[in-house]
Design a binder for this molecule. Structure first.
Ligand SMILES: Nc1ncnc2c1ncn2[C@@H]1O[C@H](COP(=O)(O)OP(=O)(O)OP(=O)(O)O)[C@@H](O)[C@H]1O
Ligand SMILES: [Mg+2]
Length: 327
């Protein structure tokens, strides 16, 4: 994978080209002091905006940094987060234009690994404070900020990145109706259901018509129009059968291969195992591993993990009590 491929998958590069076929979105440049704040893991997200007592603290200083109380150990200190009044207004205006609820991203990634921290356990945001909470808790966001070219094979200097906040109108997407298309030399070589853990019977029944609709969408609107010939395309098929573009990703290991392996995708072997080249989870696979177990092992559901650990603790206590009660 080349650095150029990563650059081309940034939201603000592809969005103007494919605006008509994707969810309405707005892109805002992120000021450097906001990036510094996102990268600083010593401050918690405690907004001063709803709390007037913090106003004096932020108003009498020119620099946001002076408001942060640094600690020299690893403990996180709950200090008032710095304020970014102008940026905050711009973000709030954009959220309002998009209907009041947004899905936030950085140049490439959404904070998918941090949804557990939000009160609603979702990536739906209504304010900059909601966005900060997710971004500061996400390793995917940190990856975008610190190592966007991690798996690139070329030695050229890293291209300069202008970081941007992507706000997408919140859309309730039907589970199972999202698909990832792997495109090599401008041809779709494989399609995988995006949720590789669940078998949806209604999707299985329409497998052929779904893959035809996706291929038609690709041919009519995407093929030869993206700046690369190798890329990964995420699409969504809505309940009326219309296909929408969700995202572009680099063709390489930074992108999840879902129901394929990168070995299959790069070698081209085994890809035409079925007629359509599309894979959905088999019913046996979905039922083989209980969903709870999957959530626990992948860390997808932190609350489940906490419950599980509590239960385990209780069990151990009971067992040691029983031992004590022996004859
Ligand atoms: N506008 C939206 N409203 C609600 N949910 C959304 C929206 N856009 C995307 N999603 C959901 O969030 C998921 C991740 O979105 P997206 O693909 O943009 O993130 P990503 O960080 O690029 O993911 P990946 O690392 O898999 O490429 C999607 O699969 C979809 O379920
Ligand atoms: Mg993506």
């Amino acid at each position: 994978m080349k650095k150029e491929q990563v650059v081309n998958c940034q939201f603000s590069v592809w969005y103007p080209l494919f605006k008509k076929h994707t969810i309405k979105s707005l892109v805002l440049p992120i000021p450097q002091n906001v990036i510094d704040y996102l990268l600083d893991d010593g401050t918690l997200v405690v907004s001063g905006s709803e709390n007037n007592s913090s106003q004096t603290q932020t108003n009498n200083s020119d620099s946001d940094e002076e408001d942060i109380q640094w600690t020299d150990d690893e403990t996180t200190t709950a200090v008032t987060a710095p304020e970014f009044p102008e940026f905050k207004i711009r973000v709030q205006e954009a959220i309002n234009v998009l209907g009041g609820c947004v899905f936030p991203k950085l140049n490439w990634s959404a904070p998918r690994d941090a949804n557990w921290i939000a009160l609603n356990s979702s990536l739906q945001c209504q304010s900059l404070c909601d966005i900060f909470l997710l971004f500061k808790s996400s390793d995917f966001i940190t990856h975008d900020l610190t190592q966007p070219f991690l798996h690139c094979s070329d030695d050229s200097p890293d291209p300069t990145i202008n970081y941007e906040l992507v706000l997408r109108k919140w859309s309730e997407l039907i589970p199972g109706a999202e698909f990832r298309c792997f495109v090599k030399e401008n041809k779709v070589i494989a399609i995988s259901q995006r949720d590789y853990t669940q078998h949806y019977q209604h999707i299985a029944k329409q497998e052929d018509s779904i893959s035809s609709a996706i291929l038609e969408f690709f041919r009519d609107h995407i093929q030869y129009q993206f700046p690369d010939e190798d890329f990964v395309l995420d699409v969504y098929r809505d309940s009326s059968g219309r296909v929408w573009l969700i995202d572009f990703n680099p063709f390489g290991e930074v992108t999840g291969s879902l129901l394929f392996t990168w070995e299959e995708l790069t070698s081209g072997k085994n890809l035409t195992a079925n007629q359509t080249g599309m894979r959905i989870p088999s019913p046996c696979l979905s039922y083989r591993i209980p969903r709870d177990f999957l959530d626990l092992t992948t860390g997808e559901d932190a609350y489940k993990l906490i419950d599980f650990l509590k239960l385990k603790g209780q069990q151990e206590e009971e067992e040691s009590d029983e031992e004590g009660e022996g004859p």
